[in-house]
Design a protein around this ligand. Structure first.
Ligand SMILES: *Cc1c(COP(=O)(O)O)cnc(C)c1O
Length: 375
C-alpha cells in the first residue's frame, strides 16, 4: 500500500467511550484530502488534522450540488485487529457515482488506500464493543467558484471518520415502513444509482411525511408506474416470499448498488437459498401477505447492516410481517455478515482487509509531513 504525507494534529481530542455512541456526531483527529484541478489531475493526497474548510460563497457545490459520497466501516474484532469491509467495492462505487456527476475519476487503489491509511493513523478511535465501528465517509465536492451551470474544473476529495454505535440500541429492531405513491426517489435515466447529495435532499419531504404518520422509513416505489419496489429509506430492500428471497434488480438505474445487498445475496447463494433479482410489484407484496407467503422483509445497508421490517403500510392497508418480529433468515444474515466484519468467522470471500498499525506507536510525535509506513 502506498504511503501518504501525514501532518499530525497538535492536540488530540477526547475520545467518547464505546457506550452511548451515536451516528456521525463526533469526528476523529485527522482527515484525508486530495485536490483536482483541470490540467493537473488529482494531486496532493495527504492526511492532515481534522478541521473546517474555507469555502467561497460562490463555490459551485453549494449551489448545484455536484457532490458524491460513500460510506463504509472499519471494525475492531475480539482479537483487537481492525478490519475494513469491502473497501475495494466502495472505492469502485465512488467512481461510478463520480462518473454520473461528471466528476473526474479517482484511482480506485488510491481511494482504498486512503481509507486504510487514515484508519491506521486514527486507529485508537476504532471502538471495541461488538456492534460499534468506525464509520468512514469519503466525499467529493466541486470547488470552483462560479455560478454558471457546467461541471466544475476543481474538486476536493476528502475522507472523515466517526465512531458509531449500534444502529438500534436493542440489536435488531423491526421498523415500520410506509410505501408511498405520492413521492418518488428516482426515475429511469436519473441519478438513483449514484450516491449523491441531491438524492438525499430529495428524500427528506417524504420521510418527514412518513414520520408524521408514525413510520420509520419510506418504501420507495418506482417513479414511472408508482408500483414496483425500489428501495427503503436509504437501504436496499429484500423480501422472503415462500422459500425465495426476492429483491428489485439494478438494471433500470434507479437503485443504488448496495455493498450489503451484494454481500447478502452472495451469502444466500452460498447457503443454497433461492434468490431472484426481479421487479416486485406492491400488489404482489399485498397478495403474498394475504396468502401468508410474505414471511420476512428487511433492508440492507452499511449503517444498520440488516434492518428487519415489522410492518408495511400502503394506502389504508397495514401489513404485519412475521408478527412484527425479526425473522429467522433476517437474523441469520445479520449474524453472518457481522461475524465476518468482526473477524469472528472465516472470511471465505476475502471481504475484509486488515488495517495495520503504523510502525511507530501513535503517541510518538511524528515529524511534519512524515509518510505513513507502507502496509
Ligand atoms: C448507501 C445506500 C444504500 C446501501 O448501500 P451499502 O453499500 O449497502 O451501504 C442503499 N440505497 C441507497 C440509496 C444508498 O444511498
Amino acid at each position: 500500500m502506498q504511503g501518504f504525507p501525514v501532518t499530525r494534529a497538535a492536540q488530540r481530542k477526547t475520545r467518547p467511550s464505546d457506550d452511548g455512541l451515536r451516528f456521525g456526531e463526533v469526528f476523529t483527529d485527522h482527515m484525508f484530502t486530495m485536490v483536482y484541478e483541470d490540467g493537473l489531475g488529482w494531486h496532493s493526497p495527504r492526511i492532515v488534522p481534522y478541521g473546517p474548510f474555507e469555502i467561497d460563497p460562490a463555490c459551485c457545490v453549494l449551489h448545484y450540488a455536484q457532490a458524491v459520497f460513500d460510506g463504509l466501516k472499519a471494525f475492531r474484532g475480539a482479537d483487537g485487529q481492525v478490519r475494513l469491509f469491502r473497501g475495494d467495492r466502495h472505492a469502485a462505487r465512488l467512481n461510478r457515482s463520480c462518473d454520473m456527476l461528471c466528476i473526474p475519476p479517482l484511482d480506485p487503489r488510491l481511494v482504498e488506500d486512503s481509507f486504510a491509511a487514515l484508519v491506521a493513523v486514527d486507529q485508537d478511535w476504532v471502538p471495541s464493543k461488538r456492534s460499534t465501528a468506525l464509520y468512514i465517509r469519503p466525499t467529493v465536492i466541486a470547488t470552483e467558484n462560479f455560478l454558471g451551470v457546467r461541471p466544475s474544473r476543481k474538486y476536493l476529495y476528502y475522507v472523515i471518520l466517526t465512531p458509531v454505535g449500534p444502529y438500534y440500541r436493542e440489536g435488531l429492531n423491526p421498523v415500520r415502513i410506509l410505501a408511498t405513491d405520492q413521492h418518488v426517489r428516482a426515475v429511469p435515466g436519473g441519478l438513483g444509482a449514484a450516491k449523491t447529495a441531491g438524492n438525499y435532499a430529495a428524500s427528506l419531504y417524504a420521510a418527514r411525511e412518513a414520520e408524521q404518520q408514525g413510520y420509520t422509513q419510506v418504501l420507495w416505489l418506482d417513479g414511472q408506474h408508482r408500483e414496483f419496489l425500489d428501495e427503503v429509506g436509504t437501504m436496499n430492500i429484500m423480501l422472503r416470499i415462500g422459500d425465495t428471497v426476492v429483491t428489485p434488480p439494478l438494471s433500470n438505474g434507479t437503485i443504488l448498488d448496495g455493498v450489503t445487498r451484494d454481500s447478502a445475496l452472495q451469502l444466500l447463494r452460498d447457503w443454497g437459498i433461492a434468490t431472484e433479482e426481479r421487479p416486485v410489484s406492491i400488489h404482489e407484496v399485498e397478495e403474498a401477505h394475504r396468502a401468508g407467503r410474505l414471511t420476512e422483509m428487511w433492508g440492507t445497508g452499511t449503517a444498520a447492516v440488516i434492518s428487519p421490517v415489522g410492518e408495511l403500510g400502503f394506502g389504508s392497508a397495514r401489513m404485519t410481517i412475521n408478527g412484527g418480529r425479526t425473522g429467522e433468515l433476517t437474523q441469520r444474515l445479520y449474524d453472518a455478515i457481522t461475524s465476518i466484519q468482526y473477524g469472528a468467522t472465516n472470511d471465505a470471500h476475502g471481504w475484509t482487509r486488515l488495517v495495520r498499525a503504523p510502525d511507530r506507536a501513535l503517541t510518538d510525535p511524528l515529524p511534519e509531513a512524515a509518510s505513513v509506513p507502507a502496509m
